[in-house]
Design a protein around this ligand. Sequence first.
Ligand code: ATP
Ligand code: PAU
Length: 306
Amino acid sequence: MNEFTNYDEISREKWQNLYKTSIAPLTKNELESIRSLNDEISLQDVQDVYLPLVHLVRLYKKNLEDMSFSKGLFLQKIVKTPPLIIGISGSVAVGKSTTARLVQLLLSRAFKKLSVELVTTDGFLFPNQVLEARHLLDRKGFPESYDMERLLQFLYQIKNGEHCQVPIYSHEIYDILPEQMQEIDNPDILIVEGINVLQSPQSQLIYVSDFYDFSIYVDANEAIIEKWYLERFDSLLKLAESDESNYYHQFTKLPYDEVVALARDTWAKVNRINLKQYIEPTRNRAEIILHKTDNHHVDKIYLKKF
Ligand SMILES: Nc1ncnc2c1ncn2[C@@H]1O[C@H](COP(=O)(O)OP(=O)(O)OP(=O)(O)O)[C@@H](O)[C@H]1O
Ligand SMILES: CC(C)(CO)[C@@H](O)C(=O)NCCC(=O)O
């Protein structure tokens, strides 16, 4: 069976015309907020692709509310609608966090009174010290480098309306920040972004799919993702140039061709292998697959049929 049998393939042209008339165009302020989020984002893509996507999320939210209401009627008690959880997955450097921040911004616009929080699963990586002790430093990002049980516990607590604290990962120090936590206090919508969002822990007793009400896999051709990875490596190095505490500072002293070779090597030996073995196989668990080409231009969207 073809991997996409279970999906409707929708061209960008078709997608961008869905619900066009019922979505208000972006205001000047909103355009500015998007620009400040990432000035590379194409505003045409926001209008044509991401606004209809957020409209679709509305339907899933409505569905969750209706189901809670009906369960309440059945049980003859008040059942509070749990937070809507959206998972965003895909390769390292494919643009998950940019997509997640954009979706957060657009959802806050669509639901002005609701709180929309964003968490990255990078925070659930074991600290370098633990990875080192387990000889896993060069396996960062692979399933065994994450505390998956803790991630699942967190998702459970969120659904249960509990106040949660999440560790914070910093690309600058290439490690979990000591003694700093992100506070998540009972949001209406939670976006969880990360390469392992659609993976299950090894015990398989709990399925991550039980917690996500909607999920997005950000997809692109492998050669293009490698290019984005190399470009991002380059911009991380530029940021590290005058900051000795930055993990990437050590590489700023190397000749340019050695830096490129190093980044290519990390892509080939770590991130590409992870993509092929563990990330891409979860693609067809997503509700929506956003397929991107050069310049992050979305050309195709796949929506799960059932
Ligand atoms: N829609 C977009 N338009 C333009 N540039 C983008 C877009 N999405 C991502 N990028 C760029 O691509 C690179 C990777 O993006 P991002 O950091 O969001 O990826 P990621 O998948 O979250 O990576 P990681 O898994 O390593 O955290 C960044 O340089 C970012 O600026
Ligand atoms: C933190 C992750 C795993 C995911 O965001 C990734 O950015 C990473 O650091 N991968 C390890 C190999 C590398 O340095 O690119």
